[in-house]
Design a protein around this ligand. Structure first.
Ligand code: PEP
Length: 248
């Protein structure tokens, strides 16, 4: 298995000044870290981040991509446009997109397909709501969400990254226990193994209130290959502590 992958999701936060100071602090503290790392920035800041990250070990990511190739889709950003800014990763199917923008499993699968076609690694988010967990539907929900992506992208499914993000843990301060995370990650790994002989190449990240205090325990689980980090990625010292935990 490759080195752990730690990805910051800035969501709709930042400014030219704040980004410059956050990235310079993170880059200054990254020496010697051996995990893979990336930040997914808001689309208007891709050019700024591309320039600041050039030649560094911190990869550039986007938070969303259009399911369409090009044309009359006002406000959308295509995979080819992301590639123009040397974007390496793109989050697709984040629960906030599924919830607030009505993105279906099919749309998420199309977005992953567009990213892959442009040479960008989609970070496919799956996760259950609290009601679904309480109803014992966690496995069925995450398997349904991943199955749509496998169905559309089966031939290159080993090139995706998966992020298990229980919706009830995102931005709430509630975190899945390491055992809860491992259980779902193992389910996802088995699903990938049934789809490809190269399932071990797929990094399965955990996301949901991961922070400097809980990262090491989550990352110690055998099928937790890294983290997708929201709030804690906006604080350089905290993000750096998590990169250190992932580099052990
Ligand atoms: C996320 O945005 O993907 C996320 C996991 O957020 P947080 O770490 O703030 O829960």
């Amino acid at each position: 298995m490759a080195a752990k992958l730690m990805v910051g999701n800035w969501k709709m936060n930042g400014s030219l000044a704040a980004n410059a100071s956050l990235l310079s602090e993170v880059l200054a503290g990254m020496g010697g870290k051996t995990c893979r790392a990336a930040v997914c920035v808001p689309a208007p800041y891709l050019a700024q981040a591309q320039a600041l990250l050039a030649g560094s070990a911190l990869a550039l990511g986007a938070q969303d991509v259009s399911a369409h190739e090009a044309g009359a889709y006002t406000g959308e950003v295509s995979a080819d446009m992301l590639r123009d800014f040397a974007v390496r990763y793109c989050i697709v199917g984040h629960s906030e997109r599924r919830q607030y923008h009505g993105e279906s499993d099919v749309t998420v699968a199309s977005k992953a397909q567009r990213a892959l076609a442009a040479g960008i690694t989609p970070i496919v988010c799956v996760g259950e709501s609290l009601a679904e967990r309480d109803a014992g539907q966690t496995e069925a929900v995450v398997k349904r969400q991943l199955a749509a992506v496998i169905h559309t992208n089966g031939h290159c499914i080993s090139e995706i990254v998966v992020a298990y993000e229980p919706v009830w843990a995102i931005g709430t301060g509630l975190t899945a226990t390491p055992e809860q995370a491992q259980h779902v990650h193992a389910v996802l790994r088995a699903q990938l193994q049934a789809a490809t002989a190269h399932a071990d190449r797929v990094s399965i990240l955990y996301g949901g209130s991961m922070n400097a205090a809980n990262a090491a325990d989550l990352l110690a689980q055998p099928d937790v290959d890294g983290g997708l980090i929201g709030g804690a990625a906006l604080k350089a010292s905290e993000f750096l502590t998590m990169l250190k935990a992932a580099s052990r």
